[in-house]
Design a protein. Structure first.
Length: 181
């Protein structure tokens, strides 16, 4: 076979492919099908709002394990690695100077909003209470949602294992760590 015959063969294949593509596009133009506004059949006597509420009940949020259960399998080293996300704003050493956020030494079971030299948001101060394991877990999951109006701009730790690891690490930042109860 010489090069002219190979060129004819390749050109023939390309022409056939182009004709097939052209016919399929022409068929779409010729037989245009409009998408329905509602993606289901309307059944007489059934209310759409009833169906929506029935499907809403099926989709439920997953139940999270209690934080104390997660702490039993948590890892301080992994918590230290995850805490690096926090270390740009928080210091984790005894008598460390506050950064953008307050120092976190002995934070577990400490009163909220009491670190000297740090100006907390009114929302966090008025929320009150102590930083228990459950409180830390909720706050670290989504700070803005847990305490609306907080100045903490961190998006949160979505994975419960990450939160448990960080909380166990924060617990270790103390001369006498808080009991796991």
């Amino acid at each position: 076979m010489d090069s002219l015959e190979i060129n004819k063969l390749v050109a023939g294949i390309l022409v056939v492919v182009l004709i097939i593509i052209g016919i399929s596009n022409f068929a779409e133009i010729l037989y245009h099908v409009e998408q329905p506004k509602v993606a289901h059949y309307v059944i007489e006597g059934v209310d759409d709002t009833t169906m929506a509420s029935a499907t809403d009940e099926v989709v439920a949020e997953p139940v999270e394990e209690p934080i104390l259960t997660l702490l039993a399998s948590a890892n301080i080293e992994k918590g230290m690695k995850t805490f690096k996300k926090c270390s740009s704003c928080h210091v984790a050493v005894k008598d460390g100077a506050n950064k953008i956020g307050p120092g976190l030494w002995e934070i577990v079971n400490k009163e909220k909003g009491v670190v000297d030299g740090f100006s907390y948001s009114n929302a966090l101060v008025s929320y009150g209470g102590k930083w228990t394991y459950d409180e830390l877990n909720g706050f670290l999951k989504n700070p803005k949602q847990y305490i609306a109006g907080t100045k903490m701009s961190f998006a949160g730790l979505k994975k419960s294992s990450d939160r448990a690891n960080v909380i166990l690490y924060l617990r270790s930042l103390s001369d006498s760590p808080a009991p796991l109860e």
